[in-house]
Write a protein that binds this ligand. Structure first.
Ligand code: PEP
Length: 253
């Protein structure tokens, strides 16, 4: 079953790399990238999207993504960017609901649901992030929390729209901390998420949904994580800024 799903390794550059540094990083990734069935997505700061999109336009398994977008079409929202603006730059994927957006910008699942609709309306593909904080994991209620996050956001989508979404399970305690979920912990959650999708929509939709793991993925742990039956790739933060590490993670399939 797993082999039928689109495998994705997406890099989340976060707020790193100025214009020239970003071009250099993308050039190094392109230079080392080997032909493969894994889709690689570079989720860069907005400033890079156009130039890296042009640079990589002939590489069929590489796409450029954004890390957020505003929920309104336009207007007096100083400093924000709309889905149509992102689309006009050639953006294909948009990360939504990253835990840093939830934590530092107060994003709720209700807001993320509106953003999901906007990104889809403009023909881009959301990478929807969910995941629990450490205290929830320690209390043993992580499955309930993720189920609630999904109920309030992606499960508000129609089946047709849901089919376009990529999910990234990112335990907050593993993001940027060097602590990775064990392959068993990742599989438990990914299996549960697939079960929730089957219940909400149907088995066929659940089997076709790409579910990424994110949280301190590195060359040394990617192979074991990606070997889990319900792990279809990764959302990579820190290691996506190091071309050799990022390529090694992509090649872990
Ligand atoms: C992320 O930012 O989505 C992430 C998973 O970061 P890191 O790989 O650095 O933990």
């Amino acid at each position: 079953m797993k082999s039928k799903r689109q495998r994705i390794v997406a890099g989340n550059w976060k707020m790193n790399k100025d214009y020239e540094q970003g071009r250099e990083l993308a050039l190094q990734v392109v230079d080392k990238l080997q032909p493969s069935e894994v889709k690689v997505v570079l989720c860069t700061p907005y400033v890079h999207i156009k130039s890296i999109g042009v640079m990589t336009k002939d590489i069929h398994n590489l796409s450029v993504g954004a890390q957020n977008c505003h929920q309104e079409d336009g207007g007096a929202y100083t400093g924000e960017i709309s889905a149509s603006m992102l689309k006009s730059l050639g953006t294909e994927y948009v990360i939504l609901g990253h835990s840093e957006r939830r934590e530092y910008f107060g994003e709720t699942d209700a807001l993320i649901a509106v953003k999901l609709g906007k990104v889809l309306e403009h023909g881009m593909l959301p990478i929807y992030c969910c995941g629990e904080k450490l205290e929830i994991r320690e209390a043993g209620t992580h499955l309930d929390l993720v189920s609630q996050q999904m109920a309030e956001s992606i499960f508000t989508l129609s089946e047709e729209d849901f089919k376009k979404v990529v999910i990234a399970y990112e335990p907050v305690w593993a993001i940027g901390t060097g602590k990775t979920a064990s392959p068993e912990q990742a599989q438990e959650m990914h299996g549960a998420i697939r079960g929730l999708i089957a219940k909400q929509y149907n088995e066929e939709v659940a089997e076709a949904t790409t579910i990424l793991y994110g949280g301190s993925v590195k060359p040394g742990n990617a192979k074991e994580l990606f070997a889990q039956p319900d792990v279809d790739g990764g959302l990579i933060g820190g290691a996506s800024l190091k071309p050799d590490d990022f390529i090694s993670i992509i090649n872990s399939y």
